[in-house]
Design a protein around this ligand. Structure first.
Ligand code: SAM
Length: 332
């Protein structure tokens, strides 16, 4: 059953009210939606200049439910989760990178120290809602003129988490045939995947992003074979004690290309839903009761959870992205 309980105050930005009403109407008319929207919001008055910081939406959530995406600030949302003693086994998310992306609501050009302070607060709050044997997968990239931010952000997480793994999300890669040996399926050099080319003589285009895998203790066992790859050389099967089947560990470089889409993207920074799927499989599906994405955006994590039959909860401050997430979740 879909539940919808909303209190709106008359001082909202008209643009947001219009969008918001569109969503709630669409939601009420679709009782088969897999998501539930249940919140009471108080949104502060918009001034001429839109607020620059994350605290623009203050939500008072009465009851949070799984399989729902809430229109609210993620720190407020996670605090509500903590009050309800609702814990996630896996947190997988991609926050704004502070690289000037044109989000509708969020300002992605915060002063660097303000951004890092905010991210540290997010990480600290994530810790309070993650189970002791849980995993926190934090995906972040950078811009050519500032390659430090992801690393500084990882350092800000150090007081709260152990960095158990660093995974490189490879978006594009070139592999010369001469470098790979005699693989029968490889006929020629290949260059696969998509990336945004940088117009510069000094910077390389960024073909990878980080996925920092944080845990509370650093000793969370993983299901490495759940994201394993078949042996190229089959004679390896049975050679070692661990090589019992035609599956070896993938390692920490994950090639996950963006889907090719012709139309305009409804969200400026979507990650492929295969990315959260692989994180969830690596942690172990049987060990997951609830997945959290504090920056749900257009719902890629929820889509992966739906496919894997896992419960999720998410937050975002933008009604348009949440509407897109609902559209995606309604697809068969
Ligand atoms: C990198 S995007 C996430 C994209 C998402 N992984 C997807 O595939 O669609 C970051 C998202 O964080 C949202 N956001 C920004 N500030 C927020 C806040 N304080 N609380 C919750 N969400 C926020 C933005 O609206 C944006 O959708």
């Amino acid at each position: 059953m879909n539940l919808l309980r909303v209190t709106l105050h008359a001082s909202h930005h008209p643009k947001n009210i219009k969008l918001y009403n569109k969503i709630t109407t669409a939601h009420l008319h679709n009782q088969t939606s897999p998501s539930t929207l249940l919140y009471t919001e108080t949104i502060p008055r918009y001034t001429k200049k839109p607020p620059q910081n994350r605290a623009r939406i203050k939500g008072t959530v009465t009851t949070l439910q799984p399989n729902a995406i809430y229109l609210m600030d993620c720190i407020a949302g996670m605090r509500a989760m903590a009050r309800q003693k609702m814990h996630a086994d896996v947190i997988v998310t991609s926050p704004p990178y502070n690289i000037g992306k044109p989000y509708h609501t969020h300002n992605d050009n915060l002063p660097p120290s303000e951004y890092l302070d905010w991210m540290e607060q997010v990480a600290a709050t994530c810790r309070t809602v993650m189970t002791d044997q849980g995993s926190f997968f934090l995906n972040i990239g950078s811009k050519p003129t500032d390659q430090w931010t992801p690393l500084e952000l990882a350092l800000r997480c150090k007081p709260y988490f152990t960095l158990q793994n660093v995974i490189h999300w490879v978006k594009s890669i070139a592999i010369p045939k001469a470098d790979v040996g005699q693989y029968p399926h490889m006929q020629q050099d290949i260059a696969v995947g998509h990336y945004q080319p940088v117009n510069s003589t000094k910077f390389l285009s960024s073909c990878h992003e980080y996925i920092f895998h944080f845990t509370k203790t650093g000793d969370v066992p993983l299901y490495k074979h759940a994201v394993g790859v078949p042996y190229q050389d089959k004679s390896n099967i049975g050679r070692w004690k661990t090589a019992t089947s035609d599956l070896r560990e993938r390692g920490n470089t994950w090639f996950i290309p963006y889907e090719t889409i012709q139309s305009a993207r409804p969200h400026p920074t979507v990650f492929p839903d295969k990315l959260p799927e692989m994180c969830l499989r690596l942690h172990g599906l049987s060990r997951i009761s609830l997945v959290l994405d504090p920056f749900m955006g257009s719902g890629s994590t929820a889509v992966a959870c739906k496919r894997l039959r896992l419960k999720y909860i998410g937050f975002d401050i933008d009604p348009v992205y949440i509407a897109e997430a609902h559209r995606r979740l309604q697809r068969p």
